[in-house]
Design a protein around this ligand. Structure first.
Ligand SMILES: [Zn+2]
Length: 321
């Protein structure tokens, strides 16, 4: 091989190497231009997914912790509920005896059953405070017409109020789940009525550690059931419920122009005096500001006339069965 030939070969080799290098460079650039951005996008998506997953995971953990806390509270309440039931049964036995004595004319005492419909409302707490102040008991007929929130305090669930009534020894009654009797509604048939009552029953039990009311108040009173009343009463009886209307309407639902504090007070006190009711059942509503304002004087006046204020119970003579 001559010197010239060797030189030419060297140049060819270095040319080939340059071409190969250029090819590698172009390929690398192609990879960089097409694959890396795509991979980068996938990677960013993956990172985003990971973030979502990890926040969902911590939310789940927080939820599980909340659930555990609620389960614990419900368990505590179940124990408390048993104790309340025992002391309530003692109160009910005494109340039954007092009813009997009143009917037989053996005592000058009288009984007032305060009943408060349509709760839970935030205002319910105000009624509870008043009843605690005077150390008296009442009955709350609850419904879920407003959904599971307090209409006058939207950030608090209605469910959270349920144990409050029981804690202080008041009775919870069933005022239907929907409270809906427009165009027939729950009064269309005994079946429709019972379905609504059972729904409310389950809601009450779920939020009280198993308390199941035994007394029903018909939304609007029994007269509202119209032609289906007898069917409904038979169904209630069969399912073990009693039901109750009222002997005195406080008038707190007569519209805000009429239903003033004075109006409510006079209605109740007049009925006690003029009708000479020895055992009376008074209708109030949990949303009524007038009733809240009138309540202390109603209690004080009735107490001075010999009334005691008791929670309703299934065996009461005032509860129809
Ligand atoms: Zn009602």
């Amino acid at each position: 091989m001559g010197e010239t030939e060797r030189k030419a070969r060297k140049i060819r080799i270095s040319n080939n190497m340059l071409i190969a290098l250029a090819a590698v460079l172009i390929l690398t650039l192609a990879v960089a231009a097409f694959i890396i951005p795509r991979y980068g996008k996938v990677f960013a998506e993956f990172r985003e997914q990971t973030k979502i997953y990890s926040s969902a995971h911590s939310e789940l953990t927080a939820q599980q912790e909340r659930n555990a806390e609620l389960t614990k509270q419900l368990e505590e309440f179940r124990t408390l509920s048993g104790e309340i039931q025992t002391s309530s049964n003692e109160v009910f036995a005494l109340a039954a005896q007092l009813e009997k004595d009143i009917q037989e004319g053996k005592t000058d005492k009288r009984i007032c059953y305060i009943t408060i419909d349509d709760g839970p409302y935030k205002r319910g707490n105000e009624f509870l405070k008043i009843f605690n102040t005077y150390d008296i008991k009442a009955t709350f007929f609850l419904s879920t017409a407003n959904g599971n929130k307090l209409p006058d305090q939207g950030d608090v669930t209605a469910a959270s109020m349920y144990p409050e009534y029981l804690k202080y020894g008041h009775t919870i009654g069933n005022h239907s789940y929907s409270h809906d009797y427009s165009n027939g509604g729950i009064y269309k048939s005994a079946k429709a009525f019972m379905k609504d009552i059972e729904k409310q029953q389950n809601f009450t039990a779920e939020n009280t550690g198993g308390y199941r009311p035994k007394i029903v108040r018909f939304p609007g009173g029994t007269a509202t059931a119209g032609s289906k009343l007898e069917d409904i009463q038979a169904a209630l009886r069969e399912a073990g419920y009693g039901w109750i209307n009222w002997t005195v309407d406080s008038g707190d639902s007569f519209g805000s122009d009429v239903a003033t504090e004075k109006f409510v007070k006079e209605n109740v006190l007049k009925a006690a005096k003029e009708d000479d009711q020895k055992i009376m059942v008074v209708l109030f509503h949990e949303w009524s500001k007038a009733s809240q304002a009138a309540m202390p004087e109603i209690i004080e006046t009735l107490e001075s006339e010999g009334y005691v204020f008791l929670p309703l119970f299934y065996d009461s003579v005032m509860v129809e069965k």
